[in-house]
Ligand binder design. Sequence first.
Ligand code: FAD
Ligand code: NAD
Length: 463
Amino acid sequence: PGPQEAFDPSKKTLVILGSGWGSTSLLKSLDTDDYNVIVISPRNYFLFTPLLPSVATGTLEPRSIMQPTRYITRHKKRRVAVYEAEAQDVDPVNKTVTFQDTSEIKGEGASTTIPYDYLVYAVGAETQTFNIPGVKEYGCFMKEMKDAEKFRERMLDCVESASNPNSEEEVDRLMHMVVVGGGPTGVELSGELHDFLEEDLKNWYPELAPKLRITLIEALPNVLPMFTRELIQYTESTFKENKINVMVRTMVKEVKPKVVVVENEKKEHVEIPYGLLVWAAGNVGRKITRDLMAKLPADQNNRRGISVDDHLQMKGASGVFAIGDCTATSYAPTAQVASQQGTYLARVLQQLAKKERLEQQLQTLRQENAEPEAIEATVKQINKASKIKPFHYSHQGSLAYIGSDKAIADLPFFNGNFASGGVATFLFWRSAYVSTLFSLRNRTLVLNDWLKVKLFGRDVSRD
Ligand code: FAD
Ligand code: NAD
């Protein structure tokens, strides 16, 4: 399918599923001369997830953290086919992928099956709801751009509705923003919400601002379990100063249209009224991933995701590599891990292509009864190319924004951990993000948004 000039029958076909952290970093480093490359993703852009909570509260504009996948592929040596479509099935035995254009407007090829020689499986994960009733119906998520946009829309809706004539009780409900999940997503979002209150709500809606309450609900005894004790305490005390109510050892049991039901430490069920509820309770595998794993029951039985070997090859599926949040490894499901895995796979795929070229060369040499020295030298090169180093993750540290121009950083310096929090860390956080934002275009857009908010405040108009 698609324009055929990209296809070279002498090259193997590499299909990449997804356009997130894993796939994008692979594409950036991949030598497309080696393969016929096809990218399939329902999103035709890369999303810079670390700054998504900033979009949710209107600090950044959506497009500033989105980068079209073609921005990368168009600079490649050979044409890369990019299909905006959802992979629906992977057949690891016949080595095919079936995908469908799920957008509103479809051409003739709505559902297509293509063969692959190598497949890079990087479809990420969904937000875990544990099938808790009401989460999907009444809550917001914070995973995709549409989630951040929905959040912003609802947040402003709550504030505008609270400005209408209402009982005091109803105003209190509408102005109560509840964040479920004290992982980094929930913490960063709570911090951003607090900034919106301090920097904008007080100016735009002075009579309502004192009514805004932010509650962070976490089932475990503390927030941010992956950070050091010191940074957890720093975050909790900053939240206390900022009047963000942190409810730990509290488990959400049900979400109703206007109240959330929680179970507290004493196992009592309590109803808490809310205007907006955002659900950030971690990851779960996608349906397509579960389906693929179910086809390989002998090798794939980890409930957390796809099992891979040291070279990121999916166990039991020849030619399939899996990276990022869809896998179950000893690493946390982070952008840092997925992007290092993508870069690593680019090298592996280059080495595999080299090995194949050498094997063809060897065949030709043998057919032509070449000198034994020439054959031996090629065999040596093949042996060298066959030695593929296992994936090694290098942790660059964890950073999280906690609001009021403060951030926390857990950095692996000097063979030990260097923990820091505060305004200097915040500046480091900003510069670290700006420098890792993929393109000059995105960097410019983000800096411009930050400046705009500093000068004029966040825009509270809505459609
Ligand atoms: P993703 O980046 O999620 O990409 C998956 C891709 O697959 C997407 O393009 C998706 O559209 C596509 N896809 C989905 N279904 C299909 C299908 N059926 N067929 C084809 N394609 C499909 N990590 C950090 O290290 N630092 C941070 O500061 C940080 N902040 C975060 C903030 C937020 C709000 C969130 C939600 C996450 C954050 N993370 C952070 C985690 C990080 O975003 C993920 O670990 C990372 O995105 C994983 O990369 P991935 O390539 O596996 O998946
Ligand atoms: P998470 O899994 O890190 O945290 C989810 C939290 O929700 C857990 O602490 C869990 O105990 C809690 N929870 C689950 N069910 C609950 C319930 N019913 N009631 C109350 N609490 C409940 O999820 P996340 O924050 O979305 O992060 C996902 C991944 O993305 C992690 O690996 C994280 O490190 C990464 N990430 C990193 C950053 C960063 O580095 N700044 C930012 C965001 C996300």
